[in-house]
Design a protein. Structure first.
Length: 337
């Protein structure tokens, strides 16, 4: 059985479906602080398999101990955490508490239970503000622009130290670039609380008329069209990346992988791609740069391809179409609630 923390969240729910469809038994631990219990039924509906759900906090050591006692857990995928970059600047303690202390609680419980295989949800942000793209796994971690990013780098270091102390540990550090899109079924996707911070949900809410217009933060960056460049990947491809990364855990060590497509696309190109794929207008205007944004970064994706045989299979159009289908599903769900 695989224990998946944060499994009712955006990325975790897609990982759960992928694991179940591949025949794995899955237990989810989530405190539902940024997700909804209905996601469990939707995961089960897509996968046509049951999942075990624990409603609880990853910092609850006695709950963790009982989960490890009640099930034969082979590996853990640790997605639970707080992820809003701007919020982390305002409330850093919450980020160090949930992201860092939560990981300490989880690893302690794993160590006590003799479970030493872990995949960790890290982020491209650990490469830091000075790194030159494409980001390669051999680059050292840099200085992050936010407490959120720092918390991810701290957990990476903690996991490296854990392996140094006990070479039986197998740790997969997965550095996500910019996951977008939703499951093609339309049953699961990202559920931003309030106004979204991220580009893709913002674009789709403007297209749906929920928000009046998109603000494009900055048109004077040193990029081809002056807007920021990122490496957007489909969340289903990201979920597949976790399934295949579980295989590297058979070898003890610290394994670092970028999960990105290897190419960058600008904010303006994203808006144009959405309009071209969906045929719905997205009113936008340029606004000043957003504090903390980097001009451009994307992944070197060759290590994941070489070692894991992982290559994103979804197109930019898939990302747009699936985002839009999910937007319509969530609109309907909101109207009927
Ligand atoms: P999400 O907020 O949708 O999912 C996180 C889940 O963790 C939520 O369901 C939330 O309820 C749960 N959670 C939060 N605190 C918890 C706690 N103390 N105990 C138990 N559960 C808790 O976010 P996501 O986008 O699915 O991100 C998953 C992971 O991937 C996070 O660790 C995030 O930092 C990382 N990540 C996300 C992105 C991105 O762009 N979405 C990029 C890089 C890394
Ligand atoms: N953007 C806009 N308008 C918006 C929202 C975003 O122009 O309304 C722009 C941003 O300025 C940025 C780009 O769209 O240039 C992408 O922004 P996102 O907020 O979607 O994503 P980020 O690259 O800022 O951050 C994401 C995750 C972080 C993670 C980082 C690196 O949110 O958790 O990728 O992995 F750390």
């Amino acid at each position: 059985m695989i224990l998946l923390t944060g499994g009712t969240g955006y990325i975790g729910s897609h990982i759960a479906v992928e694991l179940l469809q591949a025949g794995n038994e899955v237990a989810i631990l989530d405190d539902l602080s940024n997700s909804d219990k209905s996601v469990i039924e939707r995961i089960q509906h897509i996968a046509q398999r049951n999942v075990i759900f624990y409603h609880g906090d990853v910092r609850d050591s006695s709950l963790l101990a009982s989960i490890f006692q009640d099930h034969h857990i082979e590996s853990v995928i640790h997605c639970a955490g707080l992820k809003a970059v701007g919020h982390s600047v305002k409330d850093p303690l919450a980020y160090y508490d949930v992201n860092v202390y939560g990981s300490i609680c989880l690893c302690s419980a794993m160590q006590k239970a003799g479970v030493k295989r872990l995949l960790f949800s890290s982020s491209a942000t650990v490469y830091g503000i000075e790194a030159e793209p494409p980001y390669v796994e051999t680059m050292a971690r840099g200085v992050s622009s936010s407490p959120y990013g720092t918390s991810k780098g701290m957990v990476e270091k903690l996991l490296e130290d854990l392996f140094a102390s006990d070479p039986q540990w197998s740790v997969g550090i997965l550095r996500y670039f910019n996951p977008i899109g939703a499951h093609p079924s339309g049953y699961i996707g990202e559920l931003p609380q309030g106004t979204p911070n991220n580009l893709m949900p913002y674009i789709s809410q403007v297209a749906a008329g929920v928000l009046p217009e998109l603000l494009i933060y900055g048109d004077d960056y040193a990029t081809d069209d002056g807007t920021c460049v990122r490496d957007y990947l489909h969340v289903v491809d990201l979920a597949i990346g976790h399934r295949v990364a579980l295989t590297v855990l058979e070898e003890p060590g610290v394994h670092r992988y970028n999960l990105g497509t290897g190419s960058g696309i600008s904010v303006k190109q994203m808006v144009d791609a959405f309009v071209a794929s969906i045929g719905v207008e997205v009113p936008y205007r340029y606004a000043p740069r957003r504090e903390g944004d980097l001009a451009a970064f994307w992944a070197s994706a060759s290590k994941a391809e070489r070692d894991l045989g992982w290559q994103p299979g979804k197109t930019l159009e898939d990302m747009m179409v699936d985002t839009w289908r999910w937007q319509q599903f969530s609109n309907k769900a909101q109207q009927s609630s």
